[in-house]
Design a protein. Structure first.
Length: 297
């Protein structure tokens, strides 16, 4: 591959936060598990829709932040000139349309969830990000993404609400911490996120929610995945609480993003879907490997 083409692809990988993509499929799988559905073709369509809408949000985020990034993060693809702003905005629009089309293929119920999810993504990036409602909007988007998988699996989304709330709670904590990425902050946000991690860890160990899989196997797997979630999230948060500098805050945010994978897997295991839990957990090594080359924040 010519050097110029390789550099262009790397710029787009940075814009779209390629390593963070591995945190997306587990949303739909956990949602399907929560309603007792087995992953099928509609679940795959929900995964594809989630991936498109997530990447639309990444492209739109950098387009909306291009002025701020020119000062705080001039190395980012848009302020550095490696990706044109118009191209990023066009990609956000095309990816949103693709995500909604895939959701429509999965059924009317799936599209009913995808529409407010897409609206939340655009509202967050363009309007809500710097307002007090920003973290809540980001949390709502992640919770809706899990419900997307539940809707695609043919059942009602009500049984998936506790899992969606757990994922949204973790997302809320990480988003609040991320507000200190560029300039640092106080230890309050990472300490609050640590408390949220502890609460979720405790809740996940309160027993399995389904008898579809052998209870002992589900409990053991859920416990192991919960421990992986706690370790991935808590350690960088503790460092950021002790020293809330921008580099350590960025590591805490990156750890929180990667922790979504074992959290999703633990939620699937707790619902008795051991295969979905293992498939989700298998994405973690790839996320770590790509994160060494492209930042997830």
């Amino acid at each position: 591959m010519p050097r110029g083409a390789g550099a262009h692809l790397l710029a787009w990988a940075e814009l779209l936060r390629l390593p963070a993509l591995f945190t997306v499929p587990g949303d739909a799988l956990a949602g399907a598990a929560a309603v007792g559905g087995r992953p099928g073709s509609r679940t795959l369509l929900a995964v594809g829709s989630s991936l498109c809408l997530y990447e639309a949000g990444m492209a739109l985020n950098d387009w909306a932040d291009r002025g701020e990034d020119a000062t705080d993060r001039p190395h980012r693809p848009l302020p550095s000139g490696r990706v044109r702003p118009a191209a990023a905005l066009a990609a956000a629009g095309a990816l949103t349309a693709s995500g909604l089309a895939l959701a429509a293929r999965a059924g009317r119920r799936t599209l009913t969830v995808a529409l407010p999810l897409a609206a939340t993504v655009w509202a967050y990036d363009l309007v809500l990000k710097r307002t007090p409602a920003g973290p809540a909007a980001m949390a709502a988007a992640r919770g809706l993404d899990l419900l997307l998988g539940a809707a695609a699996s043919g059942g009602g989304v009500r049984p998936a609400l506790p899992s969606a709330a757990a994922l949204a709670g973790h997302t809320l904590a990480v988003t609040v911490v991320s507000r200190g990425e560029t300039r640092g902050g106080s230890p309050v946000a990472p300490l609050a996120a640590l408390a949220a991690t502890g609460s979720l860890t405790w809740a996940l160990t309160r027993g399995t929610a389904s008898a579809r899989a052998p209870r002992d196997a589900a409990r053991v797997l859920c416990g192991a995945l919960t421990a992986a979630y706690a370790a991935t999230s808590a350690r960088p948060l503790l460092h950021a609480a002790l020293n809330p500098s921008p580099p350590l805050t960025q590591r805490a945010v990156g750890g929180g993003i990667r922790a979504m994978i074992p959290l999703q897997a633990a939620l699937a295991a707790r619902s008795g879907a051991l295969t979905s839990a293992l498939l989700t957990a298998a994405l973690a090594p790839a996320a770590r490997r790509f994160a060494r080359k492209v930042s997830v924040t």
